[in-house]
Design a protein around this ligand. Structure first.
Ligand code: S3P
Length: 459
């Protein structure tokens, strides 16, 4: 299986089409080239800008969310350029070199971009206003702005702590000692980024360990960061402040959260056998793989290696008969973005899949519990939910419905995947949002055998 099928980086008709229709197909095969990790891409542009010297980034995700972060860093005074070979170069100015932007920073759909950059601005003597799209403007920001205000930043926001938010950063930020109610890498990262300039040690404690890419990258740039996990799962991070970051090259691994879609598509469609090379294997991101294997998924990992300081492996996925399981609450942080596609997988499993401890899904790009459950029910599936859990019982899916993405890329890709196994095709509107994290999703899927068409075209 050496042939690389469907590899494409140019903008094409499918990636610009807003309404897509997904039909049944004869199985997926070949190699699937998933794009770069979104979380690591954001952080590489931000930390590259805060460092002194030139950072070269390979494998950067060229999705709308990451572009928004890059543009915001430019507005803060950092020069970022794309080289002909596809690598990106960030000319870091050091924390002292950032300046107040002349216009509001528009982070579009990106929760990670806006929250991490709020942390950056809060710890520097600069002022910025943050705004975003309809979805981002509905999402809670007080979980980040409250601890940043405790560090000395002056912050105003729309009612309810929503965007637009204006932050006048602290000239001499206080070190943080924050205990978060939720395991959130965005909250943790915002505080750590503000803590770079604080005198003393900033600490963040979270109930479970959320993804630790900020901690790893801060160390990669020369900062002193320690992490400890207590017997009850509580995670504690400490950053030594007044850190001077030195530029360092970064190789971004391929995104396990994007790999989730072709993985589930291959498991569900008879005849499938695909390989996804070089996928990030940070153990705080691999909860879905564990879950799908427990459900009976034929998923094999090989060539485990370290590339550019990140653990990666190749993943081979074959069509499998799945069965329902209970997904424990303490796994939620390691697969928080993967519940929509797991729920789709569960519609095709024998028996019932219970997902617990998933309340955080309610404050993502959409209320993902409600939007996934309503969509599955509309397509003919069986699903129940409450504030903190979702239960899906496997059954044939009629399809023949239109699902609105509601500015949520993972909702759009999840229901296009469901359309591959429903009796009648599933139409998804608002597919432009897929460009935030996975610009060539439909083209790459079709290159491996899927039948996703623009509305009006024949599949
Ligand atoms: C992200 C953290 C996660 C995840 C988001 C990306 C990050 O959110 O949902 O897509 O890059 O820090 P929380 O950990 O804040 O819930």
């Amino acid at each position: 299986m050496s042939e690389v099928r469907g590899q494409m980086t140019e903008t094409n008709a499918l990636s610009t089409s807003d309404i897509l229709v997904s039909h049944q197909h004869d199985g997926l095969s070949g190699q699937f080239a998933v794009p770069g990790d979104k979380s690591i891409s954001h952080r590489s542009l931000i930390l590259g800008g805060l460092a002194i010297g030139t950072t070269r980034i390979t494998g950067l995700l060229e999705g709308d969310d990451v572009k928004a972060t890059g543009n915001a860093m430019r507005a803060l005074g950092v020069t970022i350029t794309r080289e002909e070979d596809g690598s990106w170069v960030v000319d870091g100015v050091g924390t002292a070199g950032l300046q107040s932007p002349t216009q509001p920073l528009d982070l579009g759909n990106s929760g990670t971009g806006v929250r991490l950059l709020m942390g950056v601005v809060a710890g520097l003597p600069i002022t910025a206003t943050f705004c975003g799209d309809e979805s981002l403007s509905m999402r809670p920001m007080a979980r980040v702005t409250d601890p940043l205000a405790d560090m000395g930043a002056h912050i105003t926001s729309r009612e309810g702590g929503r965007l637009p938010v204006t932050i006048k950063g602290a000239r001499t930020p206080l070190a943080a000692a924050h205990t978060s109610k939720v395991a959130s890498a965005q909250i943790k990262s915002a505080i750590l980024l503000a803590g770079i300039n604080a005198r003393g040690t900033s600490t963040v404690t979270e109930p479970h360990t959320s993804r630790d890419h900020t901690e790893s990258m801060l160390r990669h740039f020369g900062a002193s960061v320690t992490q400890t996990t207590a017997a009850d799962g509580t995670h504690h991070v400490a950053l030594q402040g007044e850190a001077i970051l030195q530029a360092a090259d970064i190789a971004v691994p391929r995104d396990p959260s994007s790999a989730a879609f072709p993985m589930v598509a291959a498991l569900l469609t008879p005849g499938s056998d695909i390989t996804l090379a070089g996928i990030g294997m940070n153990p705080l991101r691999t909860g879905l793989i564990t879950t799908l294997q427990e459900m009976g998924g034929d998923i094999t990992l090989s060539h485990a290696r370290v590339e550019g300081g990140e653990a990666v492996a190749d993943i081979r996925v074959k069509h499998s008969r799945l069965h329902g399981i209970d997904v424990p609450a303490d796994r939620a942080a390691s697969m928080i973005d993967e519940y929509p596609i797991l729920a789709i997988a569960a519609t095709q499993a024998d028996g019932t899949t219970r997902m617990q401890g998933v309340a955080e899904l309610r404050v993502k790009e959409t209320d993902r519990i409600a939007v996934v459950a309503d969509g599955i029910a509309a397509a003919g599936g069986t699903v129940h939910y409450d504030d903190d859990s979702m239960t899906v019982t496997g059954s044939p899916i009629a399809g023949g419905v239109t699902i609105a993405s509601q500015h949520d890329h993972r909702i759009a890709m999840s229901f296009l995947t469901l359309g591959m196994v429903s009796d009648a095709p599933i139409t998804v509107s608002g597919c432009q949002t897929i460009n935030t994290s996975f610009p060539d999703f439909a083209t790459l899927m079709n290159g491996c055998g899927a039948q996703i068409a623009s509305a009006g075209d024949q599949a």
